[in-house]
Structure formats: structure tokens, C-alpha cells
Write a protein that binds this ligand. Sequence first.
Ligand code: TEU
Ligand code: CA
Length: 544
Amino acid sequence: MNFTNSTVYQIYPKSFYDSNGDGIGDLNGITMKLDYIKELGADMIWITPFFCSPQKDNGYDISDYLNIEPMYGTMTDFEEMVRKADSLGIGIMLDMVFNHTSTEHQWFKKALSGDKKYIDYYIFRDSSPDTPPTNWQSKFGGSAWEYVPELKKWYLHLFDKTQADLYWENPKVREELKNVLRFWKGKGVKGFRFDVINLVSKPQKFENDYIGDGRRFYTDGPKIHEFLKELHRDGGLDDVVTVGEMSSTSLENCIGYTNPKEKELNMSFSFHHLKVDYFNGDKWKLQPTDYRKLKDILESWQTKMAENNGWNALFWCNHDQPRTVSRFGDTKEFHKESAKMLATLMYLMRGTPYIYQGEELGLENAGFKNISQYRDVESLNYFEILKSQGISEQDALYIISQRSRDNGRTPMQWTNGENAGFSSVTPWIGLSENSKGICAENEIKDENSVFNYFKKLIALRKTNKVISDGDIDFFYSDREDLFCYKRSLDGKQIVVICNMTKNEVHADFTKYLKGMDMILCNYNDCNCQNNEILRPYEAAVYEK
Ligand code: TEU
Ligand code: CA
């Protein structure tokens, strides 16, 4: 599959479509909705983990990589999904969580029972029962170490304490993981997304971090490139699409991960552009969006990845992020316009778009008012942590409402009927209270909907080589209200102009738009002939 002109649609199965009325989305539900994805025009679906798992982190805590958690369906359901997807020309991308396993995994259980072979699958260290081996912090809050009295040892968990980090230095571990890849490839899978893959190479020596939470010791760790090359070579990654999720990574490393010469991965997710509303890098301290910074980050990653033949995954949303229209757009006055502008800005750049379920409808944040509405382990932990820092319950709730991963995990909205057509019974998590009335059924019929605009963007990328393969150059880089770029290939050009603000904006575009035709605009009554004034959140695309 050619990944430069493809679009990937991300599915969070638990919240996509419930086919059997238990309130939980499932594989048959995905199969039933493949026509919808075809209609949108996506080439591949990335499905987040549905493997056996106690669901402490909604499937990112895997207890068996080669079997399916019964609430999601059976292997036969999976095979049926692959068959139907194949017949529609849609590839399936699976989520490989290789940094850690659930503590319910057989390997970990055998380790706990004292089996030396499996103790060596994880990162166990000696230290007295009251002092962890290092002061590193878990990404979900608290120490990154958990004590096991039976073994008189601590094990490392960068995420929840039920997610034990694997010891990649052990070749047997790497062999096991390659077998997982071979198994799913054999089932007809066409792509893999690798969860926090840049965290798997830990340092030789474990030491305290006196200036941070420990991440500088294991992020883009010492052997990461070596490990990825090996995975590529022996895991049969040559003829599938691969993307790595890179946590707190650097541009230099992402060039290495994705430059085809290196034979590591096709592309990488990085998150710097989604931290522009964090105060001092702290997700749990709110700050208004710094659009200047947002623009600088996107422009520099685009430019430097292009110069060095790297490749970006382009995205605003996923199952860990708040909804982009709530975050960077305006849901009150310019819901549609800002949702469409954000899509235009992002998805015509150089890279492969990843659209997260519901983004194509303009779904908004959850709007939960009560802590009992939240399900995510991270949100529940941080609610307690924030209160313990002296923040009032009300303020803590407000912070969680802005930052919770559950904002993106509310059920997909199919119809305006009961439970938004997601399920015949009350769903495992409530519907987005801010998104009432938004649904796929209506948007498909409305030619001016966010859905139909996404459809046009996806089609454009598919048919226009300038977008998939062209160079990118930014202009008006000094203007923090605008986001503008030119794509070019073999004498052809595409120009994208976006107003990132809710105000009317003036600028002279004459020189950039000379001889060009407008091919797309997010306002119905497009008046882009007047190219000196942009209306609130206006986005327009031109071609020559
Ligand atoms: O996420 C990695 C990750 O570090 C973040 O996106 C994380 O959710 C955020 O920084 C916390 O503030 C991946 C998965 O996408 C996520 O769902 C899993 O929980 C995590 O790995 C562990 O497997
Ligand atoms: Ca179900």
C-alpha cells in the first residue's frame, strides 16, 4: 500500500459500534460500519487494541497478544472483518503494545512464581521494600516502580502498575514480539502502529533523575534504532505500513525512525504540537493555546522532515487527546468553520493523515460534570493527585474536563436516536454532552457538513500528486493569525490559506495566488476571489 497518498481512520473499538447490545463496541460492529469508512474514503483503519486484556488501560494492558478479548468478539469475527475490509480495499492496521504487558500476562505470572526465564522478560531490580530503585515517575502518576514481596524485587512500569515494562535487552523478548507480528501478518493485516515504541530501550544503569521524571534516560533510548532495524528486518515489516508512536521524542530521532534508508518505520507520531496549551509542559496545568508556538512547531517539523526525507503522521486527535474543535477551534459560533479549517490546515501538509473516529463529524469534548462519569485510569488518578496538591474539587473537575482522555472516548454518534445509535443499551461511557445533535446519518446527507468536507479533503489527497508527493514551503510565517503553505511538484502548485482566529483577517495574497483557481473553501458562500480578507476560521485551497 502506498502510504504517501493514503488516509488512515482510527477506530477505538470500545466506542465505535456495539453490534450485540451489551453497551460495548465490538469487531462485528466495525465490520458493519466498513461501508461508512469506504464512503469517507479512508484507505486503512487503525484499530486500537482488542486483544485479551483485563482492561485496566482499555486494552493497552495486554494479557495475550494472540487472542481476542471475548467482549470484542472472536477470531472468526476478526477474519470476517479482514475479508470484508479487503473486498472494499481497506487495509487493517493493528496496535502493537510492545513496551509492556499486563501483569495478568502468562509471562509476568510465571515471573512472579519465580521462573528465572520470565523474570528476565521484565525489568526487576533490587532495592529495600521502602525505597524504589529510582525516583522515576509513572506517566499515569506516582512511582514507576512496584514492589513484589514474593521476589523481594521491584519491577518497572512507565504506565499503570498493571502494565509491566518488557526487558528488550533480552533477545527472547524480542523474538516473542516478532512472532506476534508474524502471526497477525499471516491473518492478512496490512499495517502496524507501535505503541510508545521509542521508550523500549532502557539505559544500562538505572539512576535517579534530579531534574525530571526519568524520561530523559529512556526516551529514544540507547539501542532504539538498533531494535527497530531488527524488528523491521526479522518481523517482516517491508511490505506493511508502519507507524511508531513517539513519546516526548526529538526531530532528529524521528528523521532516523522514518527515513526509508534506515529501514526502521514508515512514519512517526510526535506530540509537541499538542502541548501548546500545557503550562510549562505540564498537562494538568491549563494555559490558553499558544498559536504562535503551534505554528512554529508544525512548520519546523514539516520543513526539517522534508529536508531529511523523514515522514510525519499528520493528526490532531486520537483516543488520548481532547477533541480538536473544542481545543483549537470555536464550538460556539464557528463550529463547522473551525472544524473544517483545522482539517484543511493539517491534512494537506506533507505526511499521512490519521483521522480519529468522530473528528470527521466535528464531535466535541465530553462535557462531563461529575467524576463518576469518567472511566480512564489516568483521569481518575490525576483527580486525586490534583486534590492532594490543594486544588479544590471543583477546579480539579474543570482541569479534568479539559484534559481527560475520555473526551475522545465517548461513543461514536451514528444517528439522533437512542444512545446516538451506538448501542441499544446504555453505553459503557456516557455520550458527549457537548455534541448533542451531531450525527453521521445527518452529516452524510448534508452537502455542507463537516463529514462531506473531510471527504473532499481525503479525495483531493488521493488524486492530487502535488499533495501526496510535493514539496512544502510556508509563507507568512511571521503572522500568528495565519497558517499558509504552498505545495509543489513538477511545475504544479497547491496553495493553502487558513485563518486560525475567530476574527476577520487582512493580508495581501496577490503574489501567492497569481493565476491560481480556488478548489475548496470552508464557507458555503465562498467569496475567495476577494483574497485580501479572510473571514473567521476561513480556509481555502487553490491550484495551478
Ligand atoms: O500512549 C502513550 C502516552 O504516553 C500518552 O499518549 C499518554 O496517554 C499521555 O501522555 C498521558 O498524559 C499510549 C496509548 O496511546 C495510550 O492509550 C496508552 O495508555 C499508553 O500508550 C500505554 O500503553
Ligand atoms: Ca458489544
